[in-house]
Design a protein around this ligand. Structure first.
Ligand SMILES: CC(C)(COP(=O)(O)OP(=O)(O)OC[C@H]1O[C@@H](n2cnc3c(N)ncnc32)[C@H](O)[C@@H]1OP(=O)(O)O)[C@@H](O)C(=O)NCCC(=O)NCCS
Length: 227
């Protein structure tokens, strides 16, 4: 694909996308293709899919790196995109089986992170170590079925540009962390965090915020006492 003229690439891409759409619209064919891509009971794609198929569907930006000991359980039927000069460090797990995983430019995914899509990480973000972000939850409400036999629920996680997420944080499905915010080490974030905030604890609460009037990061208690 890489040495072909742009026109041929576009024609090939359109052909592949139209075939993919046909497969998606036909439930029997979809199931058969799914089995070809993933062995029964597995979450990772078969080796041939990793080697020969994913490159047609996923994007790796200029200067981006995925370290050798990372587990890339990425499938061609959802998006995976790693931006320019971004790195996924060793011992991470990335899975786009139920939702896209999109990572922006100049972003660091630190060692031992787990990213389960749908997850969108912006530009210039630092993820420290051992963070878990899962856009997937398991339905549990039917007491007559084990939880693994119930549907999965998906809600996208969004980490906006310039955030820093501390080590061992957990971000739950559906949460947005606003631009240039800090999530303290060990926090469990279950609700949206506004831009320019520091959030800590379990469940995470905003403890500091940037105050444009004084050009300072103020504790929430100080902001409240200012009225
Ligand atoms: C949040 C953090 C950035 C500190 O930010 P800060 O603005 O300097 O905050 P402060 O040190 O002034 O602390 C403010 C309050 O938050 C508390 N706090 C700080 N970090 C906390 C944490 N991880 N969990 C819970 N509370 C925390 C402090 O005890 C303090 O409480 P107080 O107001 O009752 O005294 C830092 O503590 C942190 O968690 N860093 C992440 C470290 C990491 O993961 N490194 C990996 C390498 S990238």
């Amino acid at each position: 694909m890489y040495n072909l003229s742009p026109h041929i690439v576009i024609i090939q891409y359109s052909f592949i996308m139209s075939v993919a759409q046909k497969i998606k619209n036909n439930p029997k064919l979809k199931k058969a293709v799914h089995r070809l891509i993933i062995a029964k009971g597995e979450a990772k794609p078969r080796l041939w899919v990793k080697l020969f198929v994913n490159r047609w569907f996923h994007t790796y930006g200029k200067g981006s790196k995925v370290r050798r000991y990372t587990r890339m359980d990425v499938h061609p039927f959802n998006k995976f995109c790693l931006g320019n000069h971004s790195t996924i460090e060793n011992f991470c797990t990335v899975n786009n089986g139920v939702g896209d995983v999109i990572i922006g430019n100049n972003t660091l995914i630190g060692m031992g992170n787990v990213l389960i899509g749908p997850v969108q990480v912006g530009n210039d973000v630092i993820l420290a170590q051992n963070i878990v972000m899962s856009g997937l939850n398991h339905e549990y409400k039917n007491i007559d079925l084990p939880i693994h036999a119930q549907p999965v629920l998906v809600a996208p996680i969004v980490i906006e540009d310039e955030c820093w997420i501390g080590a061992n944080a957990v971000i739950t499905a559906g949460v947005t962390v606003g631009k240039h915010s800090v999530i303290a080490a060990g926090a469990v974030v279950t609700k949206d965090i506004p831009p320019y905030s520091v959030a800590a604890g379990n469940p995470a609460r905003v403890i500091k915020q940037y105050n444009a009037a004084t050009d300072e990061w103020l504790k929430i208690s100080a902001i409240k006492s200012m009225g």
